[in-house]
Ligand binder design. Structure first.
Ligand code: SAH
Length: 213
């Protein structure tokens, strides 16, 4: 959909902005942003806004995260080409699409069946084949397919869920999630599994939709 010259230019401007601000740090994540058309993950009437750095509504009261947030979380995950990932909160499928070009396989769980179907359609139209969408409650992770190299959560979760998801990480694995209250400011947090324990690091305040269920 880069056939729209306006959008192609806006996309390059956004990528420059994300680099300048230090959100895009590595060439491979920058390339993923160039490869994946964000407009393909938006409702028709919002496609013209695909390359403004804002969250946008995708239905069921949910939002696609702002590009800078997708860039920050993707860089924090340090995706590597043989990784098996778990995402909780598929939404539009955009974050999964960005990651799909950087890792081997992604399992992603979405609470709302209609969003799971929407993401499946979006990802298939974008020709992406290494993302498995699982409709349902992701608050317990995905024990059947654990352990994962990386886990990303795109809705806010309490500390206890962060800790329990950590059990589904491989040694050396990384977990990225907003921790905090359902409504209010949450803390973007990473956990790295070292000697069986999660070493956590807090970044800054963020606002994500709450975990359902
Ligand atoms: N990653 C998405 C943005 C998702 S917004 C994107 O790129 O578009 C957060 C998503 O988490 C919403 O779609 C919401 O429905 C989902 N969610 C909320 N609670 C959940 C739960 N318990 N299990 C799985 N998904 C959940």
């Amino acid at each position: 959909m880069d056939s729209n010259p306006g959008l192609a230019l806006q996309k390059e401007n956004l990528i420059s902005h994300l680099k300048r601000e230090g959100y895009l740090k590595t060439a491979k994540v920058e390339n993923a942003f160039r490869l994946i058309p964000r407009e393909a993950f938006l409702p028709n009437d919002l496609r013209l806004h695909a390359y403004s750095d804002h969250p946008l509504p995708i239905g069921s009261g949910q939002t696609i995260s702002a590009p800078h947030m997708v860039a920050i979380m993707t860089e924090l995950l340090q995706p590597a080409k043989n990784d098996k990932l778990l995402e909780i909160g598929t939404g539009s499928g955009y974050q999964a699409a960005i990651l799909s070009s950087l890792v081997k396989k992604i399992c992603t769980i979405e609470f709302y069946p209609e969003l799971a179907s929407l993401a499946r359609k979006n990802l298939s139209q974008a020709g992406i084949k290494n993302v498995e969408i699982i409709p349902g409650d992701g608050s317990k992770g995905l024990p059947a397919q654990a352990p994962f190299d990386k886990i990303i959560v795109t809705c806010s979760i309490p500390q206890e869920i962060f800790a329990s998801l950590g059990k589904q990480l491989k040694e050396g694995g990384i977990l990225v999630a907003p921790i905090g209250p359902a409504y209010g400011v949450q803390m973007l947090t990473t956990g790295r599994k070292a000697k069986g324990k999660l070493e956590t690091k807090e970044y800054f305040g963020v606002v994500f939709v709450p975990l359902r269920g």
